[in-house]
Design a protein around this ligand. Structure first.
Ligand code: FAD
Ligand code: 2HG
Ligand code: ZN
Length: 475
């Protein structure tokens, strides 16, 4: 074990020698989830407390060494792994994984930032509460990463993004100071809201070490349906009916194109997908959570589906009869990213457009892509309930990978993002910018907004030591 570097020696004395990794296979921390980029860290440092994080940040700041905060490393935009220079410290929060307090009367839970999302959901459920943030990566992503990216997921239509679920943060600043904002207050108008500045800042403004999050009552019943719809327009019509009939009971509304579903069948033969080999281009997963009873939930849900069938926006549907069946239906939807990874080269677009305009956007953009890249395969699915599409494109089979990845205005990204601009949409609805979309941010965000963002970054992190090169480039 090399001890040449005085910073490494200092870091070892702060977190203990076994929690500073700088030898052997560090791919779990250095390689991003999509395997797009492999970086090289000076060291991976694993503190166990907020005080240790503060000391690590102070030591790195004194040495002029930059820090990459990392949670579960499930991010989609290459934001949590080091660059290739071998000079950055990866600050992994996963040893900070304790629930600090659960306040039932205040409907809040306070947790360490390294808690895995699923462990928070489980702790809340055991105490009789719902923590509604839900993503397919919940078994390994952390709440710090969810806050860092302002993650979305499948329940946003009812509960909002991670931002809407957060009532307080504890943050270590780029200077190594600790800001304790874990108030749990629902009302607090005492100046700029620093919590909202930190949420979605992708590790560029400080290290989130703790969070106070909102809880909800557990629903009495939850029903899930998988419905075949004749078009994307029909899916939007169904969403309107679902809002009308279920109101706040509508907790999930996901759309999936048939090609996306066919990849699940192809790569995971054990998963049974309803309504395949039919003429219907899309399927929808809908979820109804009910605070009254199972019977009440079923009556409302079945009525909604009847009306939708009468109006022709649903052609066929199955309603889960048990929790196991409901999980199986959700599992189909959640398996799409993994099936896409198995299928090979793809370009992801995590976009949002006003829900009402999504069908028109998809018609026009599909046509442009097919004209430019004959045989390109559209893996179109996502959180239709909140207007967030994963409008992904799989390379044509046996096609030229280099031509497919061409990244100018005539390339796949250029075509899609050009249309997103025309529709006044966003190029990143929930995954963030990282390093993968940093140049795209400059092209698609207004210069005024970019100037304000850079001013904030320079004020809080004048030496550009927190996740440099991610989200914004600072000269
Ligand atoms: P990481 O990947 O480790 O980090 C992400 C970013 O946050 C980095 O910029 C990092 O520097 C920063 N960060 C991490 N921890 C901290 C901290 N403590 N303080 C400050 N900054 C920090 N995302 C969605 O929004 N919705 C989805 O539905 C969704 N589904 C997914 C499904 C799959 C199968 C996978 C693999 C990913 C999915 N994601 C989704 C993306 C990813 O899971 C989320 O972005 C998640 O919030 C990242 O959490 P993490 O702990 O893995 O963060
Ligand atoms: C999802 O909703 C994730 O499944 C991943 O946000 C999306 O892989 C993707 O494009
Ligand atoms: Zn998503």
């Amino acid at each position: 074990m090399s001890t040449d570097n005085p910073l490494i020696t200092q870091l070892r004395s702060i977190v203990g020698p076994t929690n500073v990794l700088n030898e052997g296979d560090l791919s779990a921390w250095e390689l991003d989830w999509r395997k797009r980029e492999r970086g090289h860290a000076l060291a991976v440092v694993r503190p166990a407390s907020t005080a240790e994080v503060a000391s690590v940040v102070k030591a790195c700041a004194a040495a002029g060494v930059s820090i990459v905060p990392q949670g579960g490393n499930t991010g989609m935009v290459v934001g949590s792994t080091p660059d290739a220079s071998g000079t950055q410290v990866v600050l992994s929060l996963t040893r900070m994984n304790q629930v600090r307090a659960l306040d039932g009367a205040n409907l809040t839970i306070t947790v360490d930032a390294g808690c895995v999302l699923q462990s928070i959901q489980d702790a809340c459920e055991q105490a009789g509460f719902l923590f509604p943030l839900s993503l397919a990566s919940e078994g390994s992503c952390t709440i710090g990463g969810n806050l860092g990216t302002n993650a979305g997921g499948t329940q946003v239509v009812r509960f909002g993004n991670t931002r809407e679920l957060c009532l307080g943060l504890e943050v270590v600043t780029p200077q190594g100071e600790i800001w304790d904002g874990l108030t749990g207050l629902r009302k607090d108008n005492t100046g700029y809201d620093l919590r909202h500045l930190m949420i979605g800042s992708e590790g560029t403004l400080g290290v989130i070490t703790g969070a106070t999050m909102k809880l909800y009552p557990l629903p009495k019943a939850q029903l899930t349906a998988f419905a075949a719809v004749p078009s994307l327009d029909a899916a939007v019509q169904l969403l309107g009916l679902a809002h009308q009939h279920l109101s706040a009971g509508l907790t999930g509304f996901e759309v999936m194109g048939q090609f996306a579903l066919s990849l699940v069948t192809k790569h995971f033969a054990q998963i049974k997908v309803p309504f395949q080999n039919t003429d219907f281009p899309y399927c929808v997963v809908l979820e109804n959570s009910d605070q009254e009873s199972e019977a009440h939930a079923r009556e409302r849900f079945e009525h909604l589906l009847e009306v939708a069938m009468e109006q022709g926006c649903v052609v066929d549907a199955v309603v889960a009869e048990s929790i196991t069946q409901a999980r199986a239906l959700w599992h189909i939807r959640e398996s799409i990213p993994l099936a896409q990874a198995q299928e090979g080269l793809n370009i992801k677009h995590d976009i949002s457009i006003a829900v009402s305009r999504i069908p028109e956007f998809v018609r026009q953009t599909d046509a442009l892509l097919q004209a430019a890249y004959p045989g390109a395969r559209l893996v179109n699915y996502g959180h239709l309930g909140d207007g967030n599409l994963h409008y992904n494109v799989q390379a044509p089979e046996g096609g030229d990978a280099e031509a497919f990845l061409r990244d100018d205005e005539k390339g796949v990204n250029g075509i899609v993002y050009g249309m997103v601009d025309q529709y006044k949409g966003s190029i990143s609805a929930e995954h963030g910018i990282g390093s993968l979309k940093r140049d795209k941010l400059v092209q698609h965000k207004s210069p005024v907004a970019l100037d304000m963002m850079r001013a904030i970054k320079r004020a809080l992190d004048p030496h550009n030591l927190m996740n440099p090169g991610r989200m914004l480039s600072i000269k």
